[in-house]
Design a protein around this ligand. Structure first.
Ligand code: ADP
Ligand code: ZN
Ligand code: ZN
Length: 732
């Protein structure tokens, strides 16, 4: 008799699927592709995802084990997502077991039921229904609850809070017998309708863009909204979303970091009401499942989320929007190293739906795709509010005396703006007080023992911290090498800039915004609201301040060190620098008052700096594209890396050297390495890499297949952790 086998994927980094027999008590027809099953694996029961079936021909003589249990009646992962996971696994050369688990929330991966948690609901009792408003005239909040319940029958805690009401009002109403409590499976209660009158009248440019989007007759067109900061890219794609949701379809909106843009979510809610849900790391597992199931069942129409929400299931997806498409946070940098942007573009293609990318500083990849005719570009050249782009004034730092990183010119400008009651934003891309401590006697430097990096000094609270592995120490009282107690604080960080500005501009508020100052939940939002109140202030911040904010009263942006990235060993360093400078500059003069940007640099006549300062991001990116074309680097060729990591530098290096020795690669493939990674030692691990470049994607992937097969079988591989990375990016 022939036995049917079920092929499943398990969440482990192994390039293999596993087969299991079906026990008598399970009907084969009850097992569906995309469902989870419980299977025995290495003496444990683990969750497997069914991806297919086969027949045991008995030739292999393997004694297959049996499935233990079916966990889902309906598949959790639909055909399209199975196909996407299969593609992603092949494209990124990553084990499909790990890839496919990205489509599930953490608890679903562990086998939790795919249903909503039970929770409390409140509804009116007969007494509550017939009570007159006078009875509660002295408890206006309770009255609001009663009135709302008359309209909507039941409320859960979340919607009570959304109405600005408190749990205590509920408790008193319950005590008085006006309402009763029931416990049942949660389902999203979608109360608030959107208000479409709140759409802005589009500018001519925006209108033309929208027409281009809605009139496209391509099967899955990709649009790049390439618009200067404040040109109304968001307002434009909101209209495109409206067109899609009006047809009953769903939309996925990817943004770099949701916590950073609370205004964006409220704008969505204003227009589309409770049909909007956001998914991000600050949500707890219950909320994640709620959003996940709500998207899958079609309760929610618009899902806004960060990188990982690219894997959200949908009932009827109609459009994918990727805002700030250039942002490095779309790339996952360990294990499954995917790009949420690229994966989503492929997903749209599979689903035959459009994609909208938006950025004021598009990636060179996307610009190249525009020039190849693969993307349709929508250019927005004017600010939607009618404001002008800020003017740039470079300050040549050569031969200048600086005060805590500030030139006299910048200090004068700040003084001037504050006297006009305006706000100033100072950008410095490093947190902490000083980037290292140096002993004045012997030159000892505070370095991290686990990384090739300095320990950064923080003053509030006082500690030394490695920004790469997180290691923390007390600041030394004496030099560990010569016991001197005199140190030089070297390099600038946000804390130092904040302290200097407080002393210099005594009496003005200085608001520091970086990941240290905003650690408390909601504190970032509090700061943003404070800034938007508009009293004169100086804001000091890292790239957190660069992303998409609209601060109407900022008139001056000061960039303390514009040269970061210009001489970076990473070929993407200058692209990233130009994006950050342009984005942060875009915070100046967004409304009535004109803006100005003071850029401090030691290289004002470096051609890239010139293009950026005296030209625009367009000129800069054109120029950089030419350079990349000459050197045949991405996007004019395709790049992949093989990484090896181990506790010993030689082992890491030799592993890659042996791999290259062992394998015969096409002569056309450019091979660079093995070389140590930009930071060779990190968290005590030594990292080496080899780069592979080709102008033909197919050649690159064929070579990677060979490499992957070789690595899979390599016995020495147990001593190193190796990985393949396709389309690598590294952020600064
Ligand atoms: P971007 O996403 O390009 O940075 P936004 O869409 O956030 O720009 O718009 C920038 C500012 O201009 C916002 O305050 C927005 O409300 C305003 N705005 C956008 N489009 C219009 C319009 N058509 N009419 C009036 N104001 C607009
Ligand atoms: Zn010393
Ligand atoms: Zn470290």
């Amino acid at each position: 008799m022939r036995d049917y086998l079920v092929n499943v994927l398990i969440n482990i980094p192994i390039f293999e699927e596993f087969s299991y027999k079906i026990p008598k008590f399970i009907d084969k027809n009850d097992i569906k592709k995309g469902s989870r099953v419980l299977v025995p694996f290495r003496n444990k029961n683990v969750v497997g995802i069914v991806i297919g079936f086969s027949v045991d021909d008995k030739k292999s003589k393997i004694n297959f084990k049996q499935i233990k249990e079916i966990l889902d009646i309906d598949p959790l992962i639909d055909e399209k997502c199975l196909e996407l996971s299969d593609w992603a696994s092949r494209y990124y050369h990553h084990p499909q077991g790990e890839v496919i688990n990205h489509f599930l929330t953490p608890s679903l991966r562990k086998g939790a039921p795919a249903s909503l948690k039970k929770k409390k609901y409140w509804s009116l009792t007969t007494k509550g229904e017939f009570t007159s408003d006078e009875d509660l005239s002295r408890a206006p909040k309770q009255l609001v609850i009663i009135r709302t319940l008359r309209e909507v029958q039941e409320l859960d805690l979340m919607s009570i809070k959304a109405h600005g009401l408190s749990r205590s009002s509920i408790e008193s109403l319950k005590r008085k017998g006006y309402i009763k409590e029931t416990i049942k499976e949660t389902k999203p209660i979608l109360l608030k309708e959107g208000d479409k009158t709140k759409f802005k009248k589009l500018t001519e440019e925006q209108q033309r863009g929208l027409e281009k989007i809605v009139s496209s007759n391509k099967r899955s067109p990709i649009f790049l909204i390439n618009g200067i900061t404040g040109s109304g890219k968001t307002e434009l794609y909101l209209r495109a979303i409206d067109e899609v949701t009006k047809k009953g379809k769903q939309v996925l909106v990817l943004i770099p970091e949701i916590g950073l843009t609370p205004q964006l979510e409220s704008r969505f809610r204003e227009l589309f009401g409770d049909k909007v849900v956001s998914i991000h790391s600050a949500k707890n597992e219950n909320e994640k499942i709620e959003a996940w199931l709500g998207a899958k069942r079609g309760d929610y129409q618009i899902i806004i989320g960060t990188r990982s929400s690219a894997f959200t299931p949908f009932k009827d997806l109609g459009l994918i929007v990727i805002d700030e498409e250039h942002d490095p946070s779309y790339k996952q940098s360990d294990r499954f190293r995917y790009s949420a942007r690229d994966l989503s573009i492929y997903r749209a293609k599979l689903n035959k739906i459009p994609t909208i990318l938006a950025s004021a500083t598009p990636s060179l990849e996307s610009l190249r795709n525009v020039s190849l005719g693969l993307y349709d570009e929508i250019v927005l050249k004017e600010r939607a509010t009618g404001a002008k782009l800020p003017s740039f004034s470079p300050v040549d730092l050569r031969g200048k005396e600086l005060n805590h990183g500030f030139s006299q010119e910048l200090v004068d400008e700040i003084e001037e703006e504050l006297s006009q009651e305006n706000q100033v934003l100072i950008f410095i891309n490093r947190r902490g007080y000083a980037s290292s401590l140096i002993c004045k006697e012997c030159g000892w430097i505070s370095t991290c023992q686990r990384c090739d990096a300095h320990m950064t000094l923080h003053l509030n609270p006082p500690l030394m911290q490695c920004h790469h592995c997180g290691k923390q120490d007390q600041p030394p009282k004496k030099c560990p090498s010569c016991f001197s107690d005199e140190f030089e604080k070297f390099g600038l960080g946000t804390e130092r800039v904040e302290k200097f500005l407080r002393q210099k501009f005594n009496g003005h508020s200085v608001i520091r915004i970086d990941s240290d100052s905003t650690r408390r939940k909601d504190s970032f939002e509090d700061y943003i609201n404070l800034i938007r109140k508009g009293s004169p202030a100086i804001l000091v911040g890292t790239q957190m301040l660069a992303k998409g904010h609209h601060f109407p009263d900022v008139t001056l942006v000061g960039i303390l060190d514009a040269d970061f990235g210009l001489f970076s060993a990473d070929f993407r360093g200058s692209e990233r620098m130009a994006q950050l400078i342009t984005q942060v500059s875009g915070r100046a003069g967004r409304e009535k008052k004109p803006g100005k940007v003071v850029i401090q640099t030691y290289c004002p006549d470096h051609p890239q700096m010139e293009k950026l300062i005296f030209g625009s991001y367009y000129e800069f990116s054109d120029y950089l594209l030419e350079i990349r074309e000459e050197s045949k680097s991405p996007p004019f060729s395709y790049l992949a890396k093989v990484h090896s990591e181990s506790v010993n530098s030689n082992i890491s290096r030799n592993f890659l050297a042996a791999l290259l020795n062992d394998i015969k690669l096409d002569k056309e493939l450019r091979v660079i390495g093995p070389v140590p990674s930009l930071m060779e030692k990190k968290s005590g691990i030594y990292r080496w890499e080899v780069s592979f470049l080709s102008e033909k994607r197919s050649l690159l992937h064929k070579s990677l297949d060979l490499i992957q097969n070789k690595l899979k079988l390599n016995k020495k591989a147990s001593k190193v952790r190796w990985s393949i990375e396709v389309d690598p990016t590294s952020s600064l």
